[in-house]
Write a protein that binds this ligand. Structure first.
Ligand code: CA
Length: 312
């Protein structure tokens, strides 16, 4: 703890706090700003675990949403497993939430592997889903998964880049080693997150995916689809996860957040590309991010307000 609160870090924290105070708009202070009609369900990605480094995976985000009146649930599915297994686990939890709250539908928000996971539920049970929002979602696969599964065409990347990427990925997973009693199958997760695995999944669940790198259809089978993502791998030198994300970003030949390309993230109406990396998207680690990027919590709050305005 002593080193964490060393002078430079304390300065960064003070500046970050000052920044967020200045950025808070009066509209967002309204007590019903995020009061959506349907409950919000947050769905984690591969680092899964319901927590990251013992912190909430969606750091400060459930509280930020609840402050404006939203009912928020944080789903817990297998950190590492296939999209279908995770999707079935989520579907069961959605049914429980509906029974608990008496609501007719939920607003699903998924990060990383949570993107395809919510698309699974929206695909098999659209009548239970008001909206599906994918943040840094692996909707068309990740080159990182391709590298780890050894499916990158020979000669595309140097051996050094591949080896460093594998090490950086393991370091990142170890950093977030939480753990749940749910079944874990890392190879199944990587197959789902690979480009080939994602394309196969998409033939069954094509809803709201754009053919290129723009926006897809917003409304499909009564479900509204949205996305946003980060496009900068290294954003804050004080964040212990940035080194790994920076190394991983080298396997992409295009804009990415360290784990997912900007184009793979698209779903429904694409709301924006931000100066955030894959972990900034869930306000990690401890809210450390690029000083000039929007506050991740604010983005979630603004989106809840968007859903509210749409009657969802
Ligand atoms: Ca960060």
């Amino acid at each position: 703890m002593t080193s964490f609160f060393s002078a430079p870090r304390r300065l960064v924290w003070l500046l970050a706090m000052l920044f967020s105070l200045l950025a808070a708009s009066p509209a967002q202070a309204q007590t019903d700003y995020t009061k959506t009609r349907y409950p919000v369900v947050l769905v984690h990605g591969l680092f899964g675990f319901d927590s990251f480094l013992g912190l909430d995976y969606f750091y400060g985000i459930p509280d930020g949403l609840r402050q404006g009146g939203a009912k928020v649930y944080v789903a817990q599915v297998s950190a590492a497993n296939s999209t279908e297994v995770r999707g079935e686990q989520l579907l069961a939890q959605v049914r429980n939430i509906l029974a608990l709250t008496g609501a007719a539908k939920v607003n699903l928000i998924g990060h990383s592997h949570g993107g395809p996971t919510i698309r699974y539920v929206a695909g098999v049970a659209p009548q239970l889903v008001a909206s599906a929002t994918s943040i840094g979602g692996v909707n068309k696969g990740s080159t990182v998964a391709d590298v780890l599964r050894g499916t990158v065409p020979p000669g595309t990347l140097s051996e050094v880049v591949v080896n460093n990427a594998a090490k950086a990925f393991v370091a990142l997973i170890n950093l977030g080693s939480g753990g749940t009693s749910l079944p874990q199958m890392p190879t199944a997760a990587l197959d789902s997150l690979s480009t080939a695995g994602s394309l196969k999944f998409n033939t069954r669940f094509p809803q709201a995916l754009p053919s290129g790198c723009g926006s897809g259809a917003e409304l499909v089978n009564g479900v509204r689809y949205y996305s946003w993502t980060g496009v900068q791998a290294v954003t804050n030198i004080f964040d212990i996860s940035d080194g790994s994300l920076g190394i991983l970003s080298l396997v992409f030949g295009q804009a990415n957040d360290g784990l997912v390309s900007a184009c793979s993230s698209r779903l429904g109406t694409h709301l924006g590309d931000y100066r955030q990396n894959h972990l900034d998207e869930v306000n990690q680690v401890l809210g450390l991010r690029d000083w000039f990027s929007p506050d991740p919590v604010t983005l979630y709050r603004q989106h809840a307000n968007r859903l509210k305005q749409a009657g969802l």
